[in-house]
Design a protein around this ligand. Structure first.
Ligand code: COI
Length: 360
């Protein structure tokens, strides 16, 4: 059946899938009944926004995304509060970031209002899929791929925008227990002038080998160091990184090689609201090690939409193992987690106006 509830054509599924129980949710393995699709062609631009049943799609084997990785994505979440209200967290910032990634990958700009409408309409249609157990949410994965069948190396002339939704639990098997990260100077994720700040598929492909090496050594993720000196902290696998040394909280600046995390920005805002000393500055692995020696290294945590606020309990580097806060979640890490989650689920005052109600 096709109807036109908004400007979008909506084709509803005739075979709704069984929904998983909230208790069984992990990250990114189940998908809702529908997806949003929109095409781009030179001339008409972006056209035919539509919601269709979630399904595999045919693709030309010569589609340039398959050969040259011209692809971007983003990730945000919808949260169901205890009263059933569904809220998005800073959706406009996510839609704008998708466009920033598009620009870096020579993908034509999307209409931010239309992207926001795609979030709203698809969530409304599949709202029964938004889980309600604390710590669970509905992950939104918008992405754009180059769909022209062409093997020359130049920007594609055709693209497709998709939005898929996935009910999720914790990103890490550790849940809120501290993760172990390994700093490496053998592999790099990004270099100045490269694509490190864009949410593009190739950045994640480039990270896989180093991440597997870390996993084999017993670590959850890699702490990437800068691509030139192999010295300054960049980011962790799927998170931005923050370190508390003495009473200063340090996070690497947005230097073009790291992702401008929405959770990073929100956490920095909260800490500044609380009057904490927060620095966005270069921080070297040597400074972190020296702070560990003197006992000044108090806490370390990662921030990200998928990972939320994730405590780091152990840092590995060149055969050394550094325990942070005795391998336990620090007080500030816990306070930040509680604060941001409280806002996201509508349980505490949203002083910055970050949440947006999608459905009640
Ligand atoms: C997110 O936090 O939304 C991410 O994009 C991480 C993802 C690569 C799993």
């Amino acid at each position: 059946m096709t109807d036109f509830a908004t400007d979008f054509a909506i084709t509803r599924t005739t075979q709704p899938k069984p929904r998983p129980s909230d208790d069984s949710l992990t990250f990114g393995t189940v998908f809702t009944d529908h997806m949003f699709v929109m095409d781009y062609d030179e001339g008409p631009g972006w056209h035919d926004p539509r919601i269709v049943p979630y399904a595999p799609f045919p693709m030309d084997p010569a589609a340039s995304v398959l050969h040259y990785a011209q692809a971007v994505f983003d990730g945000s979440k919808a949260y169901r509060g205890q009263d059933g209200t569904i809220r998005l967290f800073r959706p406009r910032k996510h839609a704008e970031r998708l466009n920033i990634s598009c620009e870096r990958l020579c993908i034509p700009e999307l209409d931010v209002e239309l992207v926001l409408e795609s979030f709203n309409q698809l969530i409304k249609l599949d709202q029964a899929w938004v889980p309600s157990k604390p710590g669970t949410s509905l992950y939104l994965r918008p992405f754009v791929i180059a769909s022209e069948a062409f093997l020359g190396v130049r920007p594609s002339k055709r693209y497709t925008y998709y939005l898929i939704l996935s009910p999720v639990g914790p990103y890490y098997a550790e849940g809120m227990n501290p993760v172990k990260i390994l700093a490496t100077d053998e592999y790099v994720r990004a270099v100045p002038g490269g694509t490190g700040a864009a949410k593009t598929a190739a950045n994640y492909a480039a990270s896989l080998y180093g991440a597997e090496v870390a996993k084999k050594a017993g670590y959850t993720q890699v702490l990437w160091l800068d691509g030139v000196h192999h010295k300054y902290l960049d980011e962790v696998g799927t998170m931005n990184i923050m370190v508390k040394i003495g009473d200063e909280i340090v996070t690497p600046p947005l230097n073009g090689s790291i992702l401008a995390g929405v959770t990073r920005d929100s956490i920095l805002n909260l800490m500044r609201d609380w009057g904490l000393k927060v620095s966005e500055r270069q921080i070297s692995i040597d400074e972190v090690l020296a702070a560990a020696e003197t006992g000044a290294l108090k806490e370390m945590w990662g921030t990200g939409t998928a990972a939320v606020v994730s405590p780091v309990g152990e840092l590995g580097y060149k055969g050394r193992k550094i325990m942070i806060n005795g391998g336990k979640t620090g007080d500030l890490t816990r306070k930040l987690y509680d604060a941001i989650v409280g806002i996201q689920y509508g349980e505490t005052n949203d002083a910055h106006g970050w949440t947006q109600v999608v459905a009640v």
